[in-house]
Write a protein that binds this ligand. Sequence first.
Ligand code: PMT
Length: 397
Amino acid sequence: MEPRTPTEASDTLPEIKQNSYFDDNAPPKVLDSYRKLGKAFVSDHLQSGRRVVLVTSGGTTVPLENQTVRFIDNFSAGTRGATSAEYFLENGYAVIFLHRQYSLLPYSRHYSHSTNCFLDYMAEALNGEVMVNPEYQQKMLGVLRKYNAAKNENKLLLLSYTTINEYLWELKELAMLMRPLGPKALFYLAAAVSDFFLPKDRVSEHKIQSSDIKQPVTNGAPTSEPKGIASTASGKKLMIDLDPVPKFLKTLVDGWAPEGMIVSFKLETDPSLLVSKAHQALDKYSHHLVIGNLLSTRKFEVVFAAPEREEQWITVPVHRRVKSVTGARPNLSAKDWQTTEQEWLRGEQELEIESLIVPEVVKMHKEFIEKSQEIKAEDDEDLLAKALAWADSGATE
Ligand code: PMT
């Protein structure tokens, strides 16, 4: 995993200028205030020499209307991002948590999952006051202390997005703000980003009316429909014509964050494709690590793919997997199930896979920083040697 030198990175900057996405799609209104918040946060941690990670988390939406009633969304709840953010904080990082609005947040995620009503954590005391249910006191105290520490030490910045456009603008802005951190910047891109979107000029201003979708015309495209939608010759259907979202990972690697370490995630549903797709992403974007995961097993198994390294699988042992809140049992044989149940009864604690992923990433990031510093020291020596040689030649002329 070789860091790139600033000279190599800046050579590719003109490519970014050619990218017209940001000319065609307006920035979100919050961008200025996020810029101020991000700048203050980065400056603070730059001064203290702390490593800073940008964690992206949750799905992005694709609005079908400007005054949005309908939108396309995806499954991501933000568990991976919110959980990882906590482990990065435990590992000494300052965390910018760029998340889908209303998805899970670090610390509060323990109490805000949709299947666990937060009121269940409360109880009524004899004097009529509301208190924390004694059953949850101990764990809640631990979570509360960590949350307060992160807040009081200004180590956690929460910024949100909803649409794909907001996500892209904010990612770009934050990546640029993080450039002064050099190799101490880490990008951990766990958000599930939409691959297709409706460009601004094809989004209808108002709610698409089903009555606007005309019966098919016999030849040629129908003319009187809202922008970006069309009926078909086979009946009254809403057809949405989406464009591919430009792959911003390339731009991030080449221009926005040339010196930082970049970790992307690869989500697949077909196990036979996962490893090859992770390597393909690595080859295509030339970044530092792809973490592959399958939709069905993502909570207990991932695979690391990095340049010049063997694949590395990280798996949570069966008996330590987080039990489903619905009570659903893992898919095991009767014998394995018996062993697992016995181990659960022995009280070994549940293990979140992010508690295994994050320390591995942190280890790789430390190596990355060391390597960058070595390269910089060599470059400085070269520069000094050249300057001395030049001065010498001047003196002898
Ligand atoms: O939130 P959870 O429910 O816990 O689920 C976590 C997760 C499964 C969403 C997460 O672990 C994960 O896999 N996230 C990445 C999913 C994804 O978007 O994969 P992808 O193959 O579409 O994209 C691969 C990478 O390319 C991503 O890191 C993304 O940042 C990047 N990308 C994607 C689209 C795009 N237009 N530009 C990009 O740069």
